[in-house]
Design a protein around this ligand. Structure first.
Ligand SMILES: [Zn+2]
Length: 129
């Protein structure tokens, strides 16, 4: 059920962002873009599967969920480089130092959205799809 609550919180974030853009009032969302981190504990396939169950009644109803996978990335305190690493490899691949900080890959974020041209005009909706 973790993914279903994630879907709901992504939709809530989307609704908040739309509410802060009065020029888009009343428009519906066509595509929601989400970044899913390797260490987020979120299963992308499950997220995509559950999204249509979380969206009815929101402006994302019928929208497509576009998922981008984000590998875990560490920054090394010793040699200063940044590398994508495997989930069980939280040390620097360049110098082997364990003094690394996770800088990406531990969260699930809304990264963008595309809006339908006009929610009330079915012809236009068909045109943008
Ligand atoms: Zn290093």
């Amino acid at each position: 059920m973790h993914e279903l609550s994630l879907c709901r919180s992504l939709i809530a974030t989307m609704e908040r962002q739309l509410a802060s853009m009065p020029e888009h009032a009343g428009r519906r969302v066509r595509v929601l873009k989400v970044n899913v981190g390797a260490l987020s504990g979120c299963e992308p396939d499950l997220l995509a599967h559950l999204f249509p169950h979380a969206s009815p009644g929101t402006r994302a109803e019928g929208a497509e969920l576009e998922i981008e996978f984000q590998p875990a990335v560490v920054a090394c305190d010793d040699c200063g480089c940044r590398h994508a690493v495997g989930a069980n490899q939280l040390c620097c691949p360049a110098c082997g130092s364990p003094r690394v900080a996770l800088v990406a890959g531990d969260g699930v974020f809304l990264t963008g959205m595309s809006l339908c041209a006009d929610p009330l005009n079915a012809t236009e909706l068909a045109h943008v799809q």
